[in-house]
Design a protein around this ligand. Structure first.
Ligand SMILES: Cc1ncc(COP(=O)(O)O)c(C=O)c1O
Length: 432
């Protein structure tokens, strides 16, 4: 096989990439990143790419930020990692205290892990055990939405929407009660009906507040989200808000739950929690949830769950510094300003190109739905054309994702949308 460069040859001989067909990976001209500067990734050939997917929706304030780097280095001089199982660390305590100030969960307690999916697994287990601890074992089912995505571990796949890549694992998963996702305008009524019908057996409702991201960037009205959350809480059903993708400013508020005026019982955090610098996730639980686990030592009320690197000190230091930077640099204000501009430009793109079926945007979380191509996948081909033009994007099927860093400038928003328009024309010329 011919390789574009030696790095790709070395890559395929030792790495198995997720969500990637390795038999064709080398031909798809992958970027091999060597370093990054601000909003740009730089590859081994020295080419620069604007990081329009924020390194899988995690990066918030740009790469290699001197203050973030310094916070991590300073922590490294003290402690890289110490376990949180049965013990504590200064760095983890300080991060949890800082998170508590912004997370809209009542008097929150944080169970730390490293990936978003782990935060979801923890949330499901906590919700299930909560009702057992309170002597209500009948409440054991989870209400989940179609088109949801909560991660790739089996519990998270169980509550995610069924799709071509999860179907194969159906027998390994548990079956939630499922109601339609946000693309159905009647989703909220149907969710409320299901809550009424199953209120005696439901342990929890899990949803991505306001934006169902990986399922295709479907956006709900905030009032609908708030109505469904209230219905669940009034029926004694715990609400798990999966804010792994929507949290930390992505939607123009600290959390999408804030937009809906909701206070979930459990919240899953990940991705932007460290600004995209180090792996960290957390399951925030309300005081009421946490109290249901208090009991005798080694007793059955204990939450017997923990991940080795949960609360890692370097990640904790990054999380704490990141929260301060988001405030100091007025990042949420920038998200709202750039979102207004992006909305205007993306709507213009939809008017101008017959190949754009729909644009959906909340804060700096956007999807551009393309018309199906007659050859190959339109999303893949347009994304590849963007990359050739120096803008790094990844599609979700035929939905081109617009997910720039939250400190993106006006010029960069204009340039990304202009590049997308040119990339659509490139594919048009090759024959859609
Ligand atoms: C809403 C949501 N939950 C959970 C996850 C899983 O996070 P991770 O990939 O860190 O396991 C994702 C990832 O995209 C997500 O969008």
């Amino acid at each position: 096989m011919e390789f574009v460069n030696d790095w790709i040859a070395r890559d395929v001989s030792s790495i198995w990439h997720g969500f990637t067909q390795m038999s064709v990976y080398p031909e798809q001209e992958p970027i091999i990143v060597e370093r990054a500067e601000g909003h740009y990734l730089v590859d081994v050939e020295g080419r620069r790419y604007f990081d329009a997917v924020s390194s899988l929706w995690a990066n918030t304030i740009g790469h290699c930020d001197p203050e973030m780097n310094e916070a991590i280095i300073e922590q490294l001089r003290k402690l890289a990692h110490a376990t949180l199982l049965g013990n504590g660390s200064v760095a983890a305590i300080e991060a949890a205290e800082a998170l508590k100030e912004v997370v809209p969960v009542e008097d929150a307690r944080f169970v730390f892990a490293s990936d978003g999916a782990s935060a979801v697994e923890q949330a499901i287990k906590i919700a299930y055990q909560f009702h057992r601890n309170l002597g209500e074992p009948r409440r054991k089912r989870i209400l989940a939405l179609t088109d949801a995505y909560h991660g790739d571990t089996l519990g998270a796949v169980s509550v995610g929407g069924r799709t071509f890549y999860t179907e194969i694992f159906s027998e390994l998963c548990f079956e939630p009660i499922r109601t339609p996702g946000y693309r159905d305008p009647g989703w909220a009524e149907k969710a409320v009906e299901a809550i009424d019908k199953h209120c005696q057996e439901l342990a929890a409702l899990i949803l991505e507040p306001v934006v169902q991201a990986a399922g295709g960037m479907w956006i709900a009205r905030e009032g609908d989200v708030s109505r469904v959350i209230s219905a669940a809480q009034e029926a004694g059903v715990l609400v798990i808000a999966d804010e792994v993708a929507t949290g930390f400013g992505r939607c123009g508020a600290w959390f999408a739950s804030d937009l809906a005026g909701a206070r979930p019982d459990i919240m899953c955090l990940g991705k932007g929690i460290t600004g995209g610098y180090l792996p960290m996730s957390a399951t925030a639980c309300s005081r009421r949830v946490w109290e249901a686990f208090l009991g005798e030592d080694l007793g059955p009320r204990t939450f017997y769950h923990g991940h080795t690197y949960g609360g890692n000190a370097l990640a904790a230091a990054a999380a704490k510094r990141h929260l301060a930077i988001v405030r100091e640099r007025a990042v949420l204000e920038n998200v709202r300003r750039q979102s207004d501009l992006a909305g205007k430009l993306l709507r213009g793109l939809a008017e101008q190109s017959a190949r754009v079926r729909d644009v959906r945007l909340k804060g700096l979380m956007g999807g551009i739905e393309l018309a199906q191509a007659s050859k190959g996948s339109a999303g893949r081909r347009v994304a590849a054309a963007c990359v050739r033009r120096g803008v790094f994007v990844r599609p979700l099927g035929d939905v081109l994702v617009f997910m720039p860093p939250l400190t993106v400038t006006e010029e960069e928003v204009e340039s990304v949308v202009a590049t997308m328009a040119q990339a659509i024309e490139d594919v048009e010329r090759e024959g859609w």
